[in-house]
Ligand binder design. Structure first.
Ligand SMILES: Nc1ncnc2c1ncn2[C@@H]1O[C@H](COP(=O)(O)OP(=O)(O)O)[C@@H](O)[C@H]1O
Ligand SMILES: [Mg+2]
Length: 267
């Protein structure tokens, strides 16, 4: 089944108050974020989407695919489920070497030219994480960042999932701007739960959660996009210093001043 749109209609928050956002709709190629403080219902909303909620979850929200309730087969047959969900707590039970794990997945998905698909997957994953993945490494030996990067790459290239949900991946050492640039090249729907200003500001819009309810939709506008550019520079600066520290170097005021000057800030 070809997916064109995903729509969520509102239900209720934690105290039974109605969602102020009555509905929102996503088309292929859209990237959105869900924001809000801890406990505000972000994971619950993304779970509703992953479960194809149909007034049968505590929030009573409804999910529509191409304007219809999701077909049963999405729930019953994992190979037909269009959603890939990358959660906060992803642990592998299998300690297969990474390459073997991906080969098996590609086989299940009946992908042709497995070698090329695997190469694309590693290439994609390695652009997301600062620490390249060794294909012969065991799945359980991957770092948090490598794990998330591999799962995102796997969902996009091997799983070919049209809808990808990501719950707070920024805590795991993913290169966020790179991720967004890469992801936007694919005609998919991406929904990020995030506190990261870079991801939130580069999204098409963001949904604000409060006390379990969807209270507001904020669309990125010109001024915010300009702010996002500045944040990106500052973030790159911090990434640079992190790299220096990691490489065992000593930081100096001089390096700081040079870097700030290079970005156009007076030191
Ligand atoms: N709409 C809702 N209706 C009922 N309970 C909710 C709702 N939204 C959130 N909750 C409950 O509130 C708690 C925190 O929600 P959660 O989604 O984990 O927040 P967050 O991911 O923003 O930290 C959870 O126990 C969840 O079950
Ligand atoms: Mg959460």
């Amino acid at each position: 089944m070809k997916i064109h749109s995903l729509k969520i209609t509102g239900g209720f928050g934690k105290s039974g108050q109605p969602d102020l956002v009555q509905a929102f709709e996503l088309k292929m190629g859209d990237v959105i974020s869900i924001v809000g403080p801890t406990g505000s219902g972000k994971t619950t909303l993304i779970d509703d989407i992953a479960l194809f909620a149909n007034r049968n979850t505590p929030s009573r929200r409804c999910v529509f695919i191409n304007n219809e309730p999701a077909p049963e087969e999405f729930m019953n047959d994992p190979s037909k489920n269009p959603i890939a969900f990358i959660t906060q707590h992803t642990n592998f039970l299998s300690d297969l070497p990474v390459r073997r794990f991906l080969e098996i997945h590609a086989g299940i998905r009946r992908r042709e030219n497995i070698a090329a698909v695997l190469e694309e997957t590693f290439d994609f994953a390695n652009q997301l994480t600062g620490e390249p993945i060794n294909p012969d490494c065991g799945m359980t030996e991957l770092s948090g960042g490598q794990t998330r990067a591999l799962l995102i790459a796997d969902a996009v290239t091997i799983g070919n999932s049209p809808i990808i949900l990501l719950d707070e991946i920024e805590n795991a050492g993913i290169h966020r701007t790179k991720a967004l640039e890469l992801l936007k090249r694919y005609e998919k729907i991406f929904i990020f739960v995030t506190h990261d200003p870079r991801i939130a500001l580069l999204s098409d819009f963001r949904i604000v959660m409060q006390n379990g309810a969807m209270v507001k939709i904020i669309e990125a506008h010109d001024e915010e996009l300009r702010v996002a550019e500045e944040i990106k520079k500052l973030d790159d600066l911090i990434l640079h210093f992190r790299k220096l520290i990691r490489n065992g170097e000593r930081l100096t005021e001089n390096i700081m001043e040079e870097r700030l000057a290079a970005l156009g800030y007076a030191a």
